[in-house]
Each structure stands twice: as C-alpha cells, then as structure tokens.
Design a protein around this ligand. Structure first.
Ligand code: SAH
Ligand code: SF4
Ligand code: F3S
Length: 445
C-alpha cells in the first residue's frame, strides 16, 4: 500500500449522540495534527467509520459501507474502523475484510495519530480501555454549533440482558467536575448557546465539586446554569433507576434546564422488564413521570421501546401500548428486538418470530406517531423561544428547536445561533412552524 501523505480526512458517525461527540473530537484531533476535513469520502486520504453495534442492522451496515470506499481504479483510502463495532469485533474485523487498516475502540481513539503512523507499515488494532482518560489527551474544543454535545459520563454497569453497551463502552466512568466545567466554558466561548450533557447513563454521573463536596448530575446542571451566555441545558440518556430527588427538583427550579426528558422504559410489562434486567417496574416508572410533571407541568417526555423481546406475549405487548397511552410521549424511538452476540437475551429460548415483531412494531409506532402529532398540535398558539440550529431543505427556511425539542421551521430571515421569539403555528407530525414575534416577556419558557 502506497499512501505517502495523508492530507484530508473524512469521518462518518453512526449510532448514538455519544458517537457523534466522539466523531467531533476525532475531527479536532486530526486537525490538530495538520490534516484537513475532506468534503466527502471519495476525496479523503483517510476515512474513519465511527460505528454502532447496538442492533444487527447497524453493525452489518458497516461492511457494505467499507466496500463502497473502493475507488474505480481499485485503490482505497486508509480506513480506520472506530466505535462500538471496532470494540466488539476487534481483530475479527481484519479477518472479515482486507480493506480496513486501523481498528480503534471508543476508549482508545486519542491514539489515532500514532495508529495512523503505524498503519503505514501494517494493520493495527487498538481496543484497549486504558485507565487514563482519552479526554485528557485530546486537544481543546474547536468546532461548535449553536447546540453542542458534552460527554460527561461513559459506559454502563446496568447490563440490560439485550444490550451490548456495557461490553463495547466498558464500566461506568464519570468525567471530573472541573474538566466538564472547563469544556462547557470553551463551548460557550466558541458560540454554543445550548449544551446537551451526554452519557450512556448520564444521570448516573457523580463527582466532587471544587470544594470537595459530593455532587450528582443536578449539581453539575446547577453549576452550568451560572455560565453567562449559555441559554439551554439538556441531558441524555437517563436511566429510571438513577432519577434522583435532586434531579427531579432541578427540573422545577433551574430555568435553563429545558422542559424535556428522554427516559427510556423499553416495555410496559413488568414480566418483560424483569427478563430485561431493567430493575424498574411500570409503576415505579409512572411514579417518576408523575413527579416530574408535578414540578414541571409542561415537561415533554420521550422514551425508547423494544418490541419482540424473547417471551413477549400479545398481552405483554398490550401492556406496553397501555403505558404509552398513559404517558403520551412527545417523541419516541422504537425498535424490534435484535439478538446481539454475547448478551444473555440472545440465548433465551423463546425468541419471537421476526414477522410478529415487525407487526407489533408497526402498531406501536402508529400509536407513538399519533401522540407525537397530537403533542405538536397542542403546542400551536404557544409563545416561546426557538434556538436556530441550521438551514432547512427549502430556500429561506431555518430550523431550530423549541424548549420541548420540537423541530421548528422559521421562514423569516434569522441566523444560526439566534434565539427567536415565536408563536408556534401549523403542526405537522415531525415539526411545527414558528412565526417570529416581538414581545418583551414570553409567557412560557
Ligand atoms: N443507555 C440508554 C440507551 C442505550 S441504547 C438506556 O438505558 O436506555 C439505545 C436504545 O437502543 C435502547 O434504549 C434500546 O431501546 C435500544 N436497544 C438496545 N439494545 C437493543 C437490541 N438488542 N435490540 C433492539 N433495540 C435495542
Ligand atoms: Fe444498555 Fe441498559 Fe446500559 Fe442502557 S442501561 S446502555 S440499555 S445496558
Ligand atoms: Fe451504538 Fe455504541 Fe452508541 S453501540 S448506540 S454507538 S454506545
């Protein structure tokens, strides 16, 4: 292989927001080494595929993506396979395809510059989970949009029986308070108006503040609330078992904390939740939801659902639909169960036929979509602030987010990063329109 100098890189991230965040950090790292972003994979000397292992489809997609990187003359760029497939499959990746040069796990990507150098001489695999934090070895934040991610916690100790994350991301680790505060300031200095704190179990974050006091995520949120120029705080993804009293209270007290919570429940059947090792029940979950609504009546709720988990009967599934009807989510993500190698659920005997899962998923999604549309309709007429994040597909359209995380289409000239006061109008299934207004005081958020 003859690749004398790598000048341009292209990173494609799949999977969750933590992978997008890692993609941004890898990009900053490569730029700090003098490389430049390429506009597409075709013109890049190095392509990083930042992969996801959560479901079979996500993991398999990677191999077709790799194939597509071969160029008409038979050559290919240097290819680094990063992310959770890299962690799960390690050196097996090299046995499956000859095209990959570097396999690097989610806890080792700060080693990319050395790995690239070594790859000139032969293929390399680095799936270590070193004790030292990759974050300390990464350069300062450079690239920031109006809404920025900030990973505060990684890994998972919950071991839900269907899930690969504890194996691909390792044990739960919280980043230190001071590093997080420093990164938040850097993000705001570079123009971020909103910060979303990220973690596989973000509400499991724990640490000590400058004074050595023990703090949880609510303490961190209250500290971020004091940063001038930061307008909005969000966090994702939370586990019901780590929703502390302090965090619930913060939803009622911290102005910058947006009235939205993504709190996955997965199933509405206690029997299935037990088999999933979720350690919460539908009753304890609903009690949490009610406490949140009591402190923040306009809070919008979001969740994740798995249908067709081994042993799920029509009755279990019906209980999930009942729970959904009770909560009425404003947004939700739902998946057909996908057996993942090495997880306990993959070996359970009563696997559900794919056609049954598919049919249940359709019914579940029809209900979730209906609720999402109804939520959007209910917000019509509300006066609120929209943070503009990007250009829309149509000429003259700008897209922003409402406090309730709805996509809001604004059709008057506004700039990315503007916070525009609007009245919400026409509701669609996936977005609402915002008509800018000029008033001194907003009635809601
Ligand atoms: N830490 C988060 C989410 C992690 S993965 C949590 O605890 O909720 C994101 C979502 O993918 C999960 O919430 C779950 O709904 C889904 N998921 C995880 N493993 C899956 C599997 N094997 N099959 C189908 N969906 C899965
Ligand atoms: Fe996976 Fe469960 Fe951990 Fe979420 S809490 S990452 S679903 S093991
Ligand atoms: Fe996927 Fe890994 Fe995130 S498996 S969902 S990229 S933690």
């Amino acid at each position: 292989m003859n690749r004398p100098s790598l000048k341009h890189f292209y990173i494609k991230s799949f999977g969750c927001q933590m992978n997008s965040y890692d993609g941004e950090r890898m990009s900053e790292l490569l730029e700090s080494q003098g490389m430049k972003p390429a506009k597409d994979a075709e013109t890049a000397d190095l392509v990083v595929l930042n992969t996801c292992h959560i479901r079979e489809k996500a993991a398999e997609k990677v191999y077709s993506q790799i194939g597509r990187l071969r160029r008409p003359d038979g050559s290919s760029p240097m290819i680094a396979l990063a992310g959770c497939v890299a962690q799960a499959e390690g050196a097996e990746v090299l046995a499956r395809t000859k095209m990959v040069d570097i396999v690097v796990g989610p806890q080792a990507y700060h080693h990319l510059p050395e790995l690239i150098e070594k790859a000139a001489a032969g293929k390399v695999v680095d799936i270590d989970m070193p004790l030292e934090s990759k974050f300390d070895a990464l350069p300062e934040r450079r690239k920031v949009g109006a809404s920025a991610f900030l990973t505060v916690q990684e890994g998972c100790d919950k071991f839900c029986t269907y899930c690969v994350v504890p194996y691909t991301r390792g044990a739960e680790v919280s980043r230190p308070w001071s590093r997080i505060i420093k990164e938040a300031h850097a993000l705001v200095d570079k123009g971020a108006k909103e910060i979303t704190l990220l973690g596989q179990n973000v509400n499991g974050w724990s640490g000590e503040d400058e004074a050595g006091r023990a703090q949880g995520l609510d303490g961190l949120i209250r500290a971020l609330d004091k940063i001038d120029g930061l307008e909005r705080i969000r966090y994702t993804t939370s586990h019901p078992n780590d929703m502390t009293d302090g965090l619930i209270e913060a939803h009622g007290e911290v102005k910058k904390l947006m009235p939205f919570l993504h709190l996955p429940v997965q199933s509405g059947s206690n029997r299935i939740l037990k088999a999933m090792n979720r350690a919460h029940t539908t009753e304890s979950y609903l009690a949490l939801m009610n406490r949140l609504k009591a402190v923040r009546p306009d809070i919008a709720l979001s969740g994740d659902f798995i249908v067709g988990f081994p042993g799920e009967t029509e009755q279990d599934f019906q209980e999930t639909l009942d729970l959904i009807s009770e909560v009425r989510y404003s947004l939700a993500f739902s998946f057909a169960y996908s057996p993942r190698p090495g997880t306990p659920a993959a070996d359970m005997i009563d696997q559900i036929e794919p056609e049954i899962s598919r049919e249940r998923l359709q019914r579940l999604q029809a209900l979730l979509n209906q609720h999402q549309f109804e939520f959007n309709q209910q917000t019509v007429g509300r006066k609120t602030a929209v943070l503009i994040e990007r250009h829309g597909k149509k000429e003259g359209q700008m897209i922003g987010k409402s406090p309730w995380l709805q996509s809001v289409i604004v059709e008057t000239p506004v700039a990315i990063g503007d916070t525009v006061e609007v009245v919400l109008t026409d509701a669609g299934p996936n977005s609402v329109k915002g008509q800018p207004i000029t008033i001194d005081k907003l009635e809601t958020v």
